[in-house]
Design a protein around this ligand. Structure first.
Ligand code: GUN
Length: 284
């Protein structure tokens, strides 16, 4: 079998076009405030991409670049300013923060209504209770990719490999709420190969290239690869051994061009949603 490639880039493009039209219908444009602390090259690339897409969709976009040695008070001041700014509907502090700064603490300063990353304790708690408000962007993008691929999750066995607050935990909640039976694995899991081999849906979010071997994939499974790993030769690779997995799976996301573009599209969707709500407009 040769898997269908789940093209996140194409789906994100279509979703972004629809978001642009909906944004133009609001009394004022959705506003996204981005805080970038330090010089981490990958973070700078991600933040730049988010800004480009926001502007392309006609959103107001404000970016605050702070030096790596910023005090917590300085960062708190910037987040407070964005919280108080009526033109800003969504706030994102790019993670990880540089040396010693506590990303969890900083994230909590964001007003829950503007938490377009879905990372505050309130957003995470609402999702865990099955009444989500703003859902983390990568997990939401994964569910949209599965929807697009017409994968009905009802009763399927799904495995999530990784337990981060950004991806692993929230995506496990979403899959369970879509009536999949979810096993959550992590770096200490004993029989990862066996669990993957029994699963209809595999979500790999470990951040180690090739951590999930292609041979483990059950024939016909759907594989979602969240990993973005820079190899020594400069190329990008996911967490799953793609070549072999693509021979066994029924559908698989490529890296790059799978989950990544969906994360940005979902950030825009969350910002539009927060904006519509704050402007008293119906939220789909
Ligand atoms: N770092 C990597 N991905 C993300 C994300 O989705 N949101 C934030 N805030 N930081 C990230």
């Amino acid at each position: 079998m040769s898997a269908r490639i789940l093209d996140g880039r194409a789906l994100a493009r279509r979703l972004n076009q629809a978001l642009k039209i909906r944004a133009a219908e609001l009394p004022r444009p959705p506003g996204l405030g981005v805080v970038l602390v330090g010089e981490d090259p990958a973070s700078r690339v991600y933040v730049r991409r988010k800004g480009i897409v926001a502007e392309r969709l006609g959103f107001l976009h404000r970016q605050h670049d702070l030096p790596a040695d910023s005090s917590l008070e300085r960062i708190q001041g910037v987040v407070a300013e964005l919280n108080d700014d009526p033109a800003i509907d969504g706030i994102l502090v790019q993670l990880p923060l540089p040396g010693g700064l506590d990303g969890r603490l900083v994230t909590e300063w964001i007003e829950p209504d503007k938490d377009v990353d879905g990372l505050t304790t309130i957003s995470a708690g609402l999702l865990a209770q099955g009444r989500p408000h703003l859902i983390p962007c990568t997990p939401l993008g994964i569910l949209r990719l599965l929807e697009e691929a017409e994968v009905s999750l009802e009763g399927l066995d799904a495995v999530v490999i990784g337990r981060s607050n950004l991806v692993g935990r929230p995506v496990a909640h979403l899959l369970e709420q879509a009536n999949a039976t979810v096993t959550q694995c992590h770096s200490r899991t004993r029989d990862l190969a066996g669990i993957v081999g029994r699963s209809d849906v595999v979500v790999a979010a470990l951040g180690h290239p090739g951590a999930v071997e292609g041979e483990w994939i059950r024939p016909g499974a759907v594989v979602i690869d969240v990993g973005v790993n820079r190899l020594e030769d400069g190329t990008l690779a996911g967490d799953v051994g793609f070549e072999v997995a693509a021979q066994r799976a029924s559908a698989i996301t490529p890296v790059p061009g799978g989950v990544g573009p969906m994360t940005i599209a979902m950030l825009m969707e969350n910002t539009l949603r927060a904006s519509a709500q704050r402007q008293g407009r119906p939220v789909d």
